[in-house]
Design a protein around this ligand. Structure first.
Ligand code: UD1
Length: 440
C-alpha cells in the first residue's frame, strides 16, 4: 500500500490528456447485461472502480476482457441474479446492476450498499421507480430483492434528479412493454452518454439531457461498439491543480461544453480560461479572489468539484462560502485541509472558507475520492512536505494521478505507506470496513 508525498511550489505547465469518464464507464458496463451480444466500450479509464465493476459483472457470469483502453463484455451464457456484498460494499455504484438484471432476468438480488462517508446515499428513488414499472421489491437488512414477470412502462416523476435512479430506471424501461416517461430526470452528461449507447444498442430513448425522458420499450437490444465521453471531473481537477500552482496548463481530449459552470467559476476567481474545441487552458491573471459556490444537479456546479475548489479558495483573497446541496456529509475533509493550514468553518451545509491562507507541511488522510484529490491539490501549493495516506480512494477514480502530475512538473511521488502492517493490510483488503466504502 502506498501514500503520496508532495512538495508544493512547482507551477504545473504543459498538456494532460483526460481519461474516459468513470461515471459513464461504470454504467455502460452495466448496460451490457441487457444483451447477449458483445458490448465493446472504448476510452475506459484504468481505475480501481472499473476493476470492481468488472468483478461484479464477472461474478454475474459475463465475460470481461480488457485490452488497450477498451473493455469487451458479453452476457451470453446463463446470467446470475446476485451481486454479493463483498463486491457491492467495495463500490456503491454496483447498485446500477439492479435495473438491467431485472429487465433481462425478471429478478435480481443486490446486497445493500449502506451509507457511506459522504452521506446516507439513499436508494428509495431507484426502488420506487422500478416498482412503478411493475417490480416487486423487498428491501431487507442485507439485500434488495426484486422480481417482475413483466415490466410495463409508466409515468415516473422523480422527487429529486438522482443520477443513479435515472440510470437504473432508464435501463429497466428499455426492455419494458410500452412507454415510460421519466420526469425530473437527472441531466448529467453521463446520462446522455448512457442513453446514446443504449440507443445504439437498439433502445428508443429521447430527451436525455433534459428533465423529461421518454423511453419506448423494445423487445431486445443488440451489441455495440461505443466510445465514452471524457471525464469532466478529472479535467476539472487538473485545471484546479494548474490554477493553484500558478501554472499554464492545458487539458486535452475534453468536451468543454460539459464543464460550463466549473469554467465560469474559475474565471470568476480570476483565472484566464481559454476554451478550444476539445481543450481548455488555464493560467493566472492577477490575484485570485474569493467567490460563493452552491453545488447543484447538472448543469449546476458539480458536487464532485467542491472539495478541490475549497483548496483553491483557501488561498484566494477574501472569504468564500461553499454550500453543499447534494450530499449531507461532503465536508469530511475540512479537518484535514485545516490541518495543512486552511481555515474553513462549517455551518450546517455551508462552508465558510477564509482566504489568503498558506498551506504548510503535514500528514493527512484521504477520506474519500474527491476529497483525496483535493488534498493532493492543496499539497501542490504547500510550502512544506505533505503526505497523504489512504490513497486507494484516489485510485478509485484517477488514472495514474501522480505520474501525470509529475509530467506536468509537480514534485510528487508514491512511497510505501509504513503504517503498522496489520492496519495497512486491513485497509488494503478492507473494503469490507463499512465507513471506507464510499462509491461516488
Ligand atoms: C452520482 C455520481 C457521483 C456524483 C453524484 C451527483 C456515479 C457513480 N456517481 O452518484 O460522482 O457526485 O451522482 O452528481 O455516477 N438520493 C436519494 N434517494 C435515491 C437516490 C439518491 O435520496 O434513491 C439522494 C442521495 O442521497 C444524494 C442525492 O440524492 O443526497 C444525489 O444522489 P445521486 O444523484 O443518486 O448520486 P449517485 O448516483 O449516487
Amino acid at each position: 500500500m502506498n501514500k503520496i508525498i508532495v512538495r508544493g511550489g512547482n507551477p504545473l505547465v504543459g498538456e494532460v490528456k483526460i481519461s474516459g469518464a468513470k461515471n459513464s464507464a461504470l454504467k455502460i458496463m452495466a448496460a451490457s447485461i441487457l444483451t447477449s451480444e458483445p458490448v465493446v466500450i472504448g476510452n475506459v479509464p484504468y481505475i480501481r472502480d472499473v476493476s470492481v465493476m468488472s468483478e461484479v459483472l464477472g461474478e454475474l457470469g459475463l465475460s470481461v476482457e480488457r485490452t488497450n483502453g477498451s473493455v469487451t463484455l458479453q452476457a451470453k451464457g446463463p446470467i446470475g441474479m446476485e451481486a454479493p456484498y463483498q463486491l457491492v460494499s467495495q463500490m456503491r455504484a454496483s447498485i446500477i446492476v439492479l435495473g438491467p438484471l431485472l429487465a433481462r432476468l425478471g429478478r435480481a438480488r443486490v446486497a445493500m450498499p449502506g451509507g457511506c462517508n459522504i452521506g446516507l446515499r439513499k436508494i428509495d428513488l431507484h426502488i420506487r421507480g422500478l416498482e412503478m414499472l411493475g417490480a416487486k421489491i423487498d428491501v431487507g437488512q442485507a439485500s434488495i430483492e426484486a422480481r417482475a414477470d413483466v415490466l410495463v412502462g409508466a409515468n415516473i416523476p422523480l422527487d429529486f434528479p438522482s443520477v443513479g435512479a435515472t440510470e437504473n430506471i432508464m435501463m429497466a424501461a428499455c426492455l419494458a412493454r410500452g412507454t415510460t416517461v421519466l420526469d425530473n430526470a437527472a441531466r448529467e452528461p453521463e446520462i446522455v452518454d448512457l442513453a446514446d449507447c443504449l440507443n445504439q444498442m437498439g433502445a428508443c430513448i429521447s430527451g436525455a439531457g433534459t428533465s423529461t425522458m421518454i423511453i419506448e420499450g423494445v423487445d431486445r437490444l443488440h451489441g455495440v461498439s461505443f466510445n465514452i465521453i471524457p471525464d469532466r471531473i478529472e479535467a476539472g481537477t487538473f485545471l484546479v491543480a494548474g490554477a493553484i500552482t500558478g501554472g499554464d496548463l492545458t487539458v486535452t481530449s475534453v468536451k468543454p461544453e460539459q464543464m460550463g459552470m466549473v469554467l465560469k467559476k474559475l474565471e470568476q476567481i480570476g483565472y484566464k480560461v481559454d476554451v478550444g474545441d476539445s481543450t481548455v487552458n488555464i493560467k493566472g491573471a492577477g490575484g485570485p479572489c474569493g467567490i460563493n459556490i452552491s453545488t447543484l444537479p447538472h448543469p449546476g456546479f458539480p458536487t464532485d468539484m467542491q472539495a478541490s475548489f475549497m483548496s483553491l479558495l483557501s488561498l484566494a483573497e477574501g472569504t468564500s462560502i461553499i454550500t453543499e446541496n447534494i450530499f449531507e456529509n461532503r465536508f469530511s475533509f475540512v479537518q484535514e485541509l485545516n490541518h495543512l493550514g486552511g481555515r474553513v468553518n462549517i455551518e450546517r451545509h455551508h462552508a465558510v472558507v477564509i482566504g489568503k491562507r498558506t498551506f504548510g507541511a503535514g500528514t493527512v488522510k484521504a477520506p474519500d475520492l474527491r476529497a483525496g484529490a483535493a488534498l493532493v491539490v492543496a499539497g501542490l501549493a504547500a510550502g512544506g512536505l505533505v503526505e497523504i495516506s489512504d490513497i486507494h480512494h484516489i485510485e478509485r477514480g484517477y488514472e495514474n494521478f501522480t505520474g501525470r502530475l509529475q509530467v506536468l512538473g509537480a514534485d510528487i511521488e508514491l512511497a510505501p505507506d509504513e503504517r503498522p502492517l496489520e492496519l495497512a493490510v486491513k485497509e488494503e483488503e478492507g473494503y469490507d470496513i463499512p465507513d471506507i466504502s464510499a462509491g461516488l
